[in-house]
Design a protein around this ligand. Structure first.
Ligand SMILES: Cc1cc2nc3c(=O)[nH]c(=O)nc-3n(C[C@H](O)[C@H](O)[C@H](O)COP(=O)(O)OP(=O)(O)OC[C@H]3O[C@@H](n4cnc5c(N)ncnc54)[C@H](O)[C@@H]3O)c2cc1C
Length: 194
């Protein structure tokens, strides 16, 4: 159940015969990725899946349009999500090939550094900087560590990534409705019949 400026808005997730309707609440990167992969799955299974994103503002208007967009292979080591993070890193690489990510959403492999600066340092610690870091003020750097190489870290423009996924899903029939989800209502009789 949601309030919407669109007439005839759908009420929830329903199955009608062989057709499945899936409603995603919010148009951030999570819904964008789900909508994209549902349309891919729909094609693969030759099964009609109606995908609808309900967004109260605009696609990627929140965190997903403002994030740094860092992707890392091994920053979750020791955590329960480590395997997922590794799979996600290689899925991003595959996806960037499929969707021309370099051009469409700035996918690139990067070297990632963690740099500490201290404006009270007199002369710095003379940490050697490579040429592509000559915009940094060497005098202020107190410590610098490489936390990712081009084999283990990458970056996307998170706004363009999110909107690209949604646009691809829309090309395959997904819909975006503007409206605010205000709750869910379940119809047990209807579910039994579907
Ligand atoms: C400054 C910053 C830097 C970050 N850097 C990184 C990074 O480098 N790497 C990384 O992996 N992650 C990073 N993150 C985290 C990442 O951005 C978030 O984890 C991710 O964007 C969350 O996506 P989401 O789809 O869950 O939510 P959101 O992007 O928040 O999307 C939720 C959407 O739902 C809509 N919505 C909310 N309530 C309703 C409702 N009732 N009805 C309809 N619509 C609704 C909102 O308008 C919004 O568009 C960063 C985040 C920030 C803020």
């Amino acid at each position: 159940m949601y309030s919407s400026s669109f007439p005839g808005s759908p009420r929830g997730t329903t199955c009608q015969g062989s057709r499945t309707r899936i409603i995603l609440c919010g148009g951030g990167v999570i819904s964008a990725a789900i909508s994209y992969y549902l349309t891919v799955l729909s094609k693969e299974l030759k099964k009609s899946i109606e995908v609808i994103i309900v967004e109260k503002g605009a696609i990627a208007c929140s965190s997903s349009g403002k994030a740094g967009g860092f992707l890392a292979l091994d920053w979750c080591k020791g955590l329960p999500i480590d395997e997922l993070a590794q799979k996600s890193f290689s899925l991003h690489a595959d996806l960037a090939k499929t969707l021309n990510g370099a051009e469409n959403y700035g996918y690139r492999r990067v070297e990632t550094l963690e740099i500490y600066a201290d404006d009270e340092l007199e002369d710095g610690k003379n940490i050697e900087l490579s040429e592509n870091l000559n915009w940094l003020d060497q005098k202020l750097i107190s410590n610098m560590t490489t936390i990712g190489t081009s084999s283990t870290t990458a970056q996307v423009d998170s706004y363009r990534f999110t909107t690209t996924l949604v646009n691809e899903a829309k090309l395959q029939g997904a819909k975006v409705l503007q409206g605010e989800v205000i709750g869910f209502s379940f119809d047990s009789e209807k579910s039994k019949n579907d």
